[in-house]
Design a protein around this ligand. Sequence first.
Ligand SMILES: C[S@@+](CC[C@H](N)C(=O)[O-])C[C@H]1O[C@@H](n2cnc3c(N)ncnc32)[C@H](O)[C@@H]1O
Length: 312
Amino acid sequence: MKRPTSRRSLGSINDDENEAASVPAHLPVLFEEALVALAVHAGGLYVDATYGGGGHTRGIVARGGRVIAFERDPAAQPAAGPRGDVTLLRRDFADLAAALDEFGIATIDGALFDVGLSSLQLADPERGFSLLRDGPLDMRLNPSGGPTAYDLLARSSEAELADLIFNNGEERAARRIARAIVAARQAGRLPHRTLELARLVAGVVQRSGKRERIHPATRTFQALRITVNDELGALDRGLAAAAARLRPGGRIAAISFHSLEDRIVKRRFRDDERLRVITRKPLLPSDDELARNPRSRSAKLRVAERLSIVRS
Ligand SMILES: C[S@@+](CC[C@H](N)C(=O)[O-])C[C@H]1O[C@@H](n2cnc3c(N)ncnc32)[C@H](O)[C@@H]1O
């Protein structure tokens, strides 16, 4: 394996202290499970496709691994491990193949995908991800370019909105929500802010008799976020690129947070002839983790291993 020719190194900052002083830290989900699944060994080269707060990266480095990390969000803070063990690329993991080529890396020992949002992104109202904190309807993981959630609401037809809310949010009331958004738009009252949109959707989604565990606008927000960032397309491309670069016996560990992501991971692992599925059933957080970190409640970890000989 060729080493990166122009590796940028990261300073050794005590990130936990910095985070604790300012914003709530992101607790890595299924931490031990993911590191065990990756079978991290000293000197190995691993891709952390979703750097976030750097928690999993730090775990890999603590076990002697080197990390090429991807992070789409320019706000994610570089901090992990001793100098030189981590190279953080401010890129979409969908570009994994091109990025590894640029660093002259032909094969990797493992790849971790911990998709979705970090607690830090959710906690910042200005990012527009939270339906409980007021902010602009942005939702871009990389706010430096591309259409925002507001742009989607402003430009999409009613049918397009209904389809995206249904397909990316699995929201049964998608048609009614799309109709209400377009009606608000035509009346010059299209929501600009997260709480306005959350109220509009909540007013439309018929509450069933039983108490909903989630806010009525959760699925619509999920759908907008996934669409704005093409999250499902990126995930499939990233997993395929990682599978192509794994050395024989190397592993991909993927943590998903909702059924659409989990389906993509499951299918890619099952159908990719280069891979053998290690987890017939996904690994879930322990009771202890659920108590410590409620955000882990929907997490599922699936693991696959690169075959030495590709099945024909
Ligand atoms: C759940 S957090 C990861 C947390 C991380 N494992 C940790 O321990 O701190 C997901 C992160 O992945 C990033 N992300 C999501 N999709 C991405 C993509 N396609 N390319 C690169 N980063 C992405 C998000 O910006 C977010 O920071």
